[in-house]
Ligand binder design. Structure first.
Ligand code: ZN
Length: 146
């Protein structure tokens, strides 16, 4: 278990220091800014969605290691998924990081499940998910976790 924890930590550090898909995306058709005032995380997501399929996810912004790693991992995982699959994954991920349900369907996102032990960091992990969700629904106002 300790080894697994170390591995998870390594993955989180790697993704926070070298975030994947970390850039604005000109062809995105859903753009949204999200803010977690509790920690100071600010993320703008760029989602390219066609006929209910998420073709591309990019993001920009700044925040703590958890928020950056969460956004980076998510940007990799969501490519090619349908919006319906996103909704399911969003629900499963939220349950996992709040400690309500240890999902085995999270794949590489499971490295963030340890956040459940740190309630202050849950919003850091879920910020980018709430932001993509709002982006897909074309909500007008920028979103906040508060
Ligand atoms: Zn944070």
């Amino acid at each position: 278990m300790d080894n697994l924890r170390d591995l998870y930590q390594e993955v989180i550090i790697d993704h926070s220091q070298n975030p994947r898909n970390f850039h604005a995306c000109a062809h995105a058709n859903h753009v949204k800014e999200g803010h977690n005032p509790l920690c100071g995380d600010k993320i703008t997501v760029y989602v390219t969605e066609k006929n209910g399929i998420i073709e591309d996810v990019c993001f920009k912004g700044e925040g703590c290691a958890i928020s950056m790693a969460s956004a980076s991992l998510m940007s990799e995982v969501l490519k090619g998924k349908t919006v319906v699959e996103f909704q399911k994954l969003f629900a499963e991920f939220t349950q996992a990081v709040t400690g309500k349900n240890a999902s085995n369907k999270l794949g590489k996102l499971a490295v963030l499940a340890g956040v459940a032990e740190f309630p202050m960091r849950v919003k850091c992990a879920t910020l980018v998910w709430h932001t993509v969700n709002a982006a897909l629904h074309n909500e007008k106002n920028s979103i906040t976790t508060e």
